[in-house]
Design a protein around this ligand. Structure first.
Ligand SMILES: Nc1ncnc2c1ncn2[C@@H]1O[C@H](COP(=O)(O)OP(=O)(O)OP(=O)(O)O)[C@@H](O)[C@H]1O
Length: 609
């Protein structure tokens, strides 16, 4: 059965917990002010009527009544302005409150989601929603919805007035407008109309995505590919989009022209109908006045009707935006435990852990970790190695609860990590990623990460992470602004900032995921010396590709295709002569080959190394 969704405005207020009563008051004020904007049409008619009747009857004009209607006109205008200001103020306040509450809910909820949410594609959608959608929702709630209600009420009131005045004339006005709107709907209605609209939307989205990719991939395309081929692909999409626009315009333009002409010339329809009525009822003074009234009030119907149609589309828009908000809020929050700290040390245990990124029902499901059991004693320097895609990063991320395991358990100090509060877990773990995010803030803030730490502590951590020197050479030293619009760091420099963060955080467990991937040989050596002292006594899980960098590890775990293949020390694993020994030999051969080739080049005197 098709699910019927509640009105989008109700959904906003239901989700955002903002007073619907206050909003209703604001909308009522706005609606009343719009309704009052119709009053002068009636009062002016009454004034003209007084003058016309006096001149037809040859009597003096009833100036008292004229003044009364004039005062009513002025009063309705002043009251309308007052109500409009009050309504607008209340509706804006409600919209800001509602959106503030929605933003806070989303932020709060995002804080409860597993960290894996941020490594997926959804974070981009959330960014878009927080920036673009919220702004547009404010507009719809503060302006469009009150205007829509006001336009509806005004339309109903004018309808009642016109029908009570003269039914054939009222029917003429509404029939003309109905025909105009039916013509307009015909442009988008029907299978072919909807197809044209859907094709245009699809090709525009496709074009946007292609443009972004074209710009983002320009470097690679120029170096490895053929930029002219990429430009041709883009040109084809531009042509396609142009074709859809032409099809759309061919359909819409004549229809829109007819719609506009009919709505604007509603007066002509009233005039024709009025003349016909007067032809059959010559000398009917009341009828003359009714025709006059219809001529004055008729055009007043057009603008609220147009607003109803246009704002209706905006409301559909609000519904789509609310769907996106609800989509994020629907992501289940990660259940947290109640343990505030680890009492039993920092031994890490993987107990028969299985995990997949795909659902159980997915036919392409592949286990990222498959029945993995590992024990890393407290204070141990452990390494995770193995072929690419073996599950090393996944294992590190599961330990920090980026996701929860599907089977088995991960423990710290014998305690399931799911029993800890997230804060308690994060107090035990530091994570240094291969790709480091640098905030658009000062170097100091990027290392301190908004924690109350002294300048000395930050500098000490930077010294240990071998980044103090390059920081001092920056224009404003530790106050230099980094990130977007600021000083750009190299990959290696950014990674050393991340290591400084971890050193400063000083947690008993440190996970290093290819943390030295961007570090050159000289810096890696210096970094190791600096870190050795700081990692002393800590439980370290190092994920590495370069085996020579972990040969001193107390324990090495070798993962392949999500399975733990072997474990031991470097010499034990070499002796076992299995996967690790094989990988070690390949890396050695590669290095010797590199040394040989650079040697040959040097001998030939043509080396650029
Ligand atoms: N966010 C993700 N969504 C879906 N699949 C993923 C995700 N991250 C990793 N995978 C898949 O899970 C498997 C294990 O990946 P993982 O990154 O843990 O391996 P790895 O050993 O760290 O690889 P590498 O050495 O190349 O970094 C791979 O098949 C990978 O394609």
């Amino acid at each position: 059965m098709k699910e019927t969704k509640k009105n989008a405005v109700f959904r906003v207020f239901e989700t955002a917990h903002c007073s619907p009563g206050r909003y209703l008051l604001g909308v009522s004020c706005q609606a009343l002010s719009i309704l009052l904007s119709g009053v002068p049409f009636y009062t002016v008619y009454r004034i003209i009527r007084i003058f016309l009747l006096a001149s037809l009857d040859g009597v003096a004009v009833d100036t008292g009544s004229v003044w009364l209607w004039a005062w009513i006109t002025a009063g309705s205008i002043v009251l309308g302005i007052g109500l409009s200001i009050a309504g607008s103020f209340i509706c804006h306040a409600c919209a800001f409150d509602a959106l503030y509450d929605l933003r806070m809910q989303i932020l709060d909820h995002m804080g409860k989601l597993n960290l894996g949410f941020y490594t997926g594609g959804q974070s981009g959608a959330v960014q878009k929603m927080m920036n673009e959608n919220m702004e547009k929702m404010e507009n719809i709630i503060a302006h469009d919805f009150p205007n829509l209600v006001g336009a509806g009420i005004l339309l109903a009131a004018l309808g009642v007035l016109l029908f009570s005045l003269n039914i054939p004339l009222a029917l003429t006005i509404f029939a003309a407008l109905l025909i105009a709107f039916l013509i307009q709907f015909s442009a988008f209605g029907g299978k072919s109309g909807q197809q044209i609209w859907a094709d245009l939307n699809r090709s525009s989205t496709e074009l946007d995505a292609a443009f972004s990719e074209y710009v983002a991939g320009m470097e690679e395309e120029k170096i490895f590919g053929r930029p002219e081929a990429a430009a041709r692909r883009l040109t084809a999409l531009v042509e396609k989009n142009r074709g859809h626009w032409i099809a759309y315009l061919k359909r819409v333009t004549p229809v829109y022209g007819a719609y506009k002409t009919i709505t604007i010339s509603v007066l002509a329809f009233v005039l024709v109908a009025g003349c016909v009525l007067l032809y059959f009822n010559p000398g009917d003074t009341a009828l003359i006045l009714e025709v006059l009234m219809s001529l004055i009030v008729g055009p007043a119907v057009i603008s609220p009707l147009m607003e109803l149609v246009e704002l209706g589309a905006d409301l559909r828009n609000l519904s789509v935006r609310m769907d996106q908000v609800e989509e994020v809020l629907k992501n289940p929050a990660m259940p947290e435990g109640i343990r505030n700290h680890a009492e039993e040390g920092t031994e890490i245990g993987f107990h028969d852990v299985s995990f997949s990124y795909q659902d159980a029902a997915d036919p392409l499901r592949r286990m990222a970790l498959d029945h993995v059991s590992m024990k890393i004693p407290a204070g141990c320097f452990a390494a995770l190695v193995g072929p690419s895609g073996g599950g090393k990063s996944t294992a590190g991320q599961l330990l920090a609860r980026f996701w929860d395991v599907e089977r088995g358990a991960i423990t710290i100090g014998g305690q399931d990590i799911r029993d800890f509060t997230m804060e308690a877990l994060m107090e035990q773990i530091s994570f240094v990623f291969q790709d480091t995010y640098i905030f658009a803030e000062s170097v100091y803030d990027n290392i301190a990460m908004h924690r109350p730490v002294s300048r000395e502590a930050v500098e000490q951590a930077a010294k240990a992470a071998r980044c103090h020197e390059f920081i001092c050479s920056l224009p404003q030293g530790y106050e230099t602004r980094l990130g977007d619009g600021g000083h750009k760091l190299s990959g290696g420099e950014a990674q050393r900032i991340a290591i400084a963060r971890a050193i400063l955080k000083d947690t008993p467990i440190v996970i290093l995921d290819e943390a030295m991937a961007f570090t050159d040989a000289e810096n890696e050596l210096a970094l190791r010396e600096g870190m050795a002292e700081l990692l002393k006594g800590k439980t370290v899980l190092m994920i590495a590709h370069r085996l020579y960098s972990i040969q001193d590890a107390d324990r090495i775990f070798v993962l392949e295709n999500g399975r733990l293949k072997e474990e031991g020390t470097h010499s034990e694993l070499l002796q076992a002569d299995r996967l690790y020994a094989h990988l070690w030999n390949i890396q050695n051969e590669t290095e010797q080959w590199q040394m040989k080739t650079s040697g040959i080049q040097r001998e030939g005197g043509e080396s650029y190394a």
